[in-house]
Design a protein around this ligand. Structure first.
Ligand SMILES: [Zn+2]
Length: 281
């Protein structure tokens, strides 16, 4: 198999989105400790583990507390139910999410998510997705916590719901992050106006992708964060291999190229933005 290439410069990175509990790692005999060692060796010193269901919320929360500080890496978690899993959302799920949010001074939970709409896969009925999205938006408001937005092929409905919350004053100053942003330049600008950060990952580096670099170019620096969405969406030059947080440097390098700054500058800005987004020091 092809060997991955690793970043070896001196910049420090915040991978704001990496599912390091994913089954894919166990399937290829990759231990979490090894992922974290490679991550630290490539300059990643902060990491957030996002969830997509009650089950993965539990995994993310457990892993963040177990591994926080490993190799000197600050590790945080989110809890929440992804639109794919909206059909599994019950009163018990909501109770569990509330218990995580209420304990966030003691646990490492710093965001709610992933939440949103996905009409590309349609793995849950659309009306159910919208309902579960809105319920979790209410939670984000009530517990004053940023959320991680997942949106695919559902920009119209997604913006309708967010606009309504925004108009009614029910979005925080920093509502959260549009993760793995795949929407149009216009939609991304509207999200920025509502206070969102925009998250960029592997697709920014894909040669056939013209839209995402355009979005990166017009997004103001103070609203950009970088992520890997590991184990998916591996950036060039490692595309095709399993993704790990250590590859976030290549997303940062591409962003620096698009914006005309050095990788160190892009790393510093996105690091500070990541901390501000999730309210960490
Ligand atoms: Zn994700």
């Amino acid at each position: 198999m092809r060997e991955p290439v690793y970043y070896s410069g001196s910049a420090e990175f915040f991978d704001t989105h990496a599912h390091i509990y994913d089954r894919k790692y166990a399937d290829c005999n990759t231990a979490v400790e090894d992922i974290l060692r490679r991550c630290r060796a490539s300059g990643v010193t902060s990491l957030l583990i996002p969830a997509d269901s009650e089950e993965t919320s539990r995994l993310a929360v457990e892993m963040a507390s177990e591994y926080d500080g490993f190799e000197g890496i600050s590790i945080y978690a989110s809890c929440g139910v992804h639109p794919h899993e909206a059909k599994t959302y019950t009163a018990d799920t909501e109770e569990y999410l509330i218990s995580c949010l209420e304990a966030r001074k003691e646990n490492r939970v710093r965001a709610l998510g992933e939440i949103g709409l996905d009409y590309y896969y349609d793995l849950s009925e659309r009306s159910v997705q919208r309902n579960v999205f809105e319920r979790q938006l209410e939670l984000a408001k009530e517990y004053d916590i940023p959320f991680i937005l997942h949106e695919r092929d559902a920009t119209g409905d997604c913006l309708d719901i967010l606009r309504r919350f925004y108009r009614e004053g029910r979005l925080r100053d920093i509502p959260g992050v549009c993760h793995c942003c795949s929407c149009s330049p216009e939609a991304s600008q509207e999200l920025v106006k509502m206070g969102f950060y925009i998250g960029f990952d592997g697709p920014l580096t894909f040669k056939n992708n013209k839209k995402t670099p355009e979005v990166a170019l017009i997004t103001p620096w103070d609203r950009i964060v970088i992520e890997t969405d590991s184990p998916y969406l591996t950036p060039e030059p490692n595309r095709g291999l399993i993704n790990e947080p250590c590859h976030v440097a290549y997303v940062c390098a591409k962003l620096a190229e698009i914006k005309g700054v050095t990788i160190d500058e892009a790393a510093q800005i996105t690091y500070d933005n990541g901390k501000k987004l999730y309210g960490v020091n």
